[in-house]
Design a protein around this ligand. Structure first.
Ligand SMILES: Nc1ncnc2c1ncn2[C@@H]1O[C@H](COP(=O)(O)OP(=O)(O)OP(=O)(O)O)[C@@H](O)[C@H]1O
Ligand SMILES: [Mg+2]
Length: 334
């Protein structure tokens, strides 16, 4: 594992085992992730695509079914529990989809606690916590208990708690999802400042255009696979406009469904590699073994969402009603 990377993950798979009739859920299907020090990376993708699962595996909160995760070149599955806690304290902070505060401590002590763990005196830790809460517009609420705070207030406390230790990497799951637009902008500008001035690295999961545009690049996740990458000009309402396809370390390329449609669906292709120009040419060749598709018709985007039965009237890639990825089906029309 590369020590020059703040975070590196190789071949991550995760299966949620279930004895239910619908069986196991494969949430991650062989993901590789690299984050350089000071880099901000977003992961975008529809509901259920595996974003939270990925973040939990990357943060060492959940053991992936297979694969490795390393912080600064140190593989976390080789560390003892105590070593992992120490490495995490020094390197990485989390912001979850739901705030996850300690319920028996007020806001101020929730924020001060990670510093106390590192050995800072109570008075000093409280002073820093107070200042950070004030920056996040929470000065008047710092003595509130989590249960007495609104969802947005709890999230701001969670963000202050994540920032207080000056981590080198912040892993965040929809960090502004529970915030109003003004607080959300405030949090993002704080993130941007940390990113630009203090070179904090970020890996954030988001549906938000603003959050994604703060990142240096965005990885597009669909059904547990990265299907593409986007630069910092990403428009998440139209991902196809900025899409760069990814070929990962195993040589696997996953095509977005609509690109596969453009190619005429699955099939056999002749391949020509131009080393100099770095071009890979694919030409559809023998349809012999795939006549089946020819007879049954080509693949098209499904007309009806299999999850919630929404009827599509456009070319959108995910269901506007439930967020599921839109599958391909055999075109039954002649
Ligand atoms: N504890 C669990 N047990 C079984 N299946 C799970 C569990 N948690 C998540 N899943 C399934 O794994 C897949 C990925 O879920 P995940 O929570 O990672 O998605 P997500 O991209 O974070 O979605 P959202 O945007 O709605 O938060 C989904 O199909 C989900 O139903
Ligand atoms: Mg999630």
């Amino acid at each position: 594992m590369n020590q020059n990377l703040i975070l590196e993950a190789e071949g991550l798979y995760h299966v949620y085992e279930s004895s239910a009739l619908d069986g196991n859920v494969v949430a991650l299907r062989g993901l590789h992730v690299k984050v350089r020090p000071g880099e901000a990376v977003a992961v975008v993708g529809p509901s259920g695509s595996g974003k939270s699962t990925l973040l939990k595996c990357l943060g060492g909160l959940m053991k992936p079914s297979a694969g490795n995760v390393a912080f600064q070149g140190r593989q976390i599955n080789r560390l003892t529990g105590a070593e992992l806690v120490e490495l995490r304290q020094d390197t990485v902070s989390f912001i979850f989809q739901d705030a996850n505060l300690l319920p028996d401590m007020n806001a101020l002590d929730n924020v001060a606690q990670p510093l106390r763990h590192q050995g800072t005196s109570a008075a000093n830790a409280r002073k820093k916590a107070e200042a950070l809460l004030e920056r996040l517009g929470m000065a008047g609420r710092s003595r509130g208990m989590p249960a007495q705070l609104s969802g947005g207030e709890q999230q701001r406390v969670a963000i202050a708690r994540a920032l207080i230790t000056n981590p080198k990497l912040i892993l965040a799951d929809e960090p502004t999802g529970a915030l109003d637009p003004i607080t959300s902008r405030e949090v993002l500008s704080l993130f941007a400042k940390l990113h630009q001035e203090e070179e904090v690295a970020f890996l954030l999961v988001t549906h938000s255009r603003e959050v994604a545009s703060f990142a240096d690049r965005s990885l597009e996740l669909r059904e547990g696979r990265f299907i593409a990458q986007h630069g910092n000009d990403v428009d998440i309402s139209d991902l196809s406009s900025t899409r760069e396809l990814i070929i990962d370390e195993t040589g696997t390329m996953t095509l977005p469904p609509e690109v596969l449609t453009q190619l005429g669906g699955p099939g056999k292709f002749e391949m020509e590699v131009d080393d100099e120009e770095q071009i890979l040419n694919l030409t559809r060749s023998d349809r012999g073994e795939l006549e089946d598709y020819g007879e049954r018709g080509s693949l098209v985007l499904a007309g009806v969402c299999p999850a919630c039965k929404h009827i599509y009237d456009d070319n959108s890639q995910e269901c506007p009603s439930c967020g599921s990825s839109r599958p391909m089906v055999i075109n039954s029309e002649p």
